[in-house]
Design a protein around this ligand. Sequence first.
Ligand code: FAD
Length: 440
Amino acid sequence: MGNRGLCGERGFRQQFSTQEQTPQICVVGSGPAGFYTAQHLLKHHSRAHVDIYEKQLVPFGLVRFGVAPDHPEVKNVINTFTRTAQSDRCAFHGNVVVGRDVTVQELRDAYHAVVLSYGAEDNQALEIPGEELPGVFSARAFVGWYNGLPENRALAPDLSCDTAVVVGQGNVALDVARILLTPPEHLEELREMIQLPGTRPILDPADFLGLQDRIKEVPRPRKRLMELLLRAATEEPEVAEVARRASASRAWGLRFFRSPQQVLPSPDGRRVAGIRLAVTRLEGVGEATRAVPTGDVEDLPCGLVLSSIGYKSRPIDPSVPFDPKLGVIPNVEGRVVDVPGLYCSGWVKRGPTGVITTTMTDSFVTGQILLQDLKAGLLPSGPRPGYAAVKALLGSRGVWPVSFSDWEKLDAEEVSQGQGAGKPREKLLDPQEMLRLLGR
Ligand code: FAD
C-alpha cells in the first residue's frame, strides 16, 4: 500500500515534468493516418513535436499511390497534409524504412510515444491454381503501376487482350475496371462508370431480382449505389442512351454468384487464357446466409486477371504484436495492447477498409488517446532526444533521409515535367533519379 502511494506521488511528478517539457512523438507512415494523427497532436498540444517517418522518398501514402488519377478532388487533402508538414513543430523524414533501417524499439527509446500508421502494403491472395501465371496481377500492384509507385513501375501488364477479369467488386475493383476502360484523354474528367464515354454496361436483370424490396433496409450510401445499378440493369434507357451504348466499343459487366476456382493457362502454359468460376447460390437466412457452389462452373476467356480481394497489413518488427488473422496490430482505441507508449492508427489499426474520412476519424481518436495518456503521466518522463538520436543511428547505417522541402523540390519538378505534356504532373518513378535531382 505504502509503495503504491510512493509510486502515485512519483507518477504525479512525472506527469508534471512531462507536461512542462516538449513531448517528442513520432509517427511511422505518411499516409492519411500518419498526417491526421500528427495534425491532431499538434493542434491539441501546444508544445508537442512530431516527426513523421516514411519509407518512400515522397509523402502521402495511398493518396498519391492509390486514389485513382481521375479523382483529383480526393487528392486535395494533400493541401491539408502539407500545412501540417510545414508546421515548425513537425518534420518529415522520407527514405526511412522502419523495421529495417531503424527498429521500433530504437524509436521508442528516442521518443516519448510512437504511433504506427504504416497502412496495408500487402494483398490477399486468391489461393487458386494458376495464380502465378503471367497476366495475373494483384489489384494492389496494378494500382501501384498506374499510379507511379516506384516498386511497381516495371510491372508492364500486357493490355493488348480483349477481356480482363477483375475478381472482387469493392471500390478498388471498380477503380481498376474504370481505369482499364478509360481512354487516357478522359482520365481527368470522368465520374461514373455507367456513363463512361465509349462503354456500355452488361448487367443481367435476373441478378437484381427481388433487390428493390431489400434496398430500403440498407444504409444510405449503399442504397444510392444499389439504386444506380438497379436502374442501369432493369430500366429501359432513354433514346440518347440507347444510341450511346450502341456505338460503344468497350463493355463492362458485374457478375454475381461466381467464385474463382482456377486461372486457366494458354495452350503453351505460358500465360493466362481464362478463368474458371464456380457458380454459387445463397443458402441460409439472415447472418447465416452463405454462398455455396451449385456444382456448375463457367470458363471465361481473358488475357488479364486482376485480383482485387483486399489489401493486407504486414508485421513491421518482431517487437510489435501483430494479429495475422485479422491483419492488424492488436489495440484498444489505438493503444497497442501490452506495449505502453506505442499507438497505431489507420488501416494497420482497423484493417484495410474505409475511405480517407474514416481514416481521419480513427486517427483523431488515436491522437486524443495519446494526449490523454500524456496528461495522465503514463508516458516516459524526462527529456527524449527525438530525431537527433535517430539521425545518428541512420547516418551510421548509411541511410540518408529526405525532408519535406526535398519533397517540395521533387513536387515542383513533377509539375514542371507535366506542364510540357499538358498534365497536372508527370510523376517521377525512379528513386535513383529523385535522389540525383536532390543532389544526393
Ligand atoms: P496508407 O495511405 O497506405 O499510408 C501508409 C504509409 O506508410 C505509406 O506512405 C507507406 O509508404 C508507409 N509505410 C509503410 N511501411 C512503412 C515502413 N516500414 N516504414 C515507414 N513507412 C512505411 N479513399 C477515399 O476517400 N477516396 C478514394 O478515392 C480512395 N481511393 C482508393 C483507391 C485505392 C486503390 C485504395 C487502395 C484506397 C483508396 N482509398 C480512397 C482509401 C484510402 O486510401 C485509405 O483509407 C487511406 O489511405 C488509409 O490510410 P493509411 O495512412 O492507414 O495507409
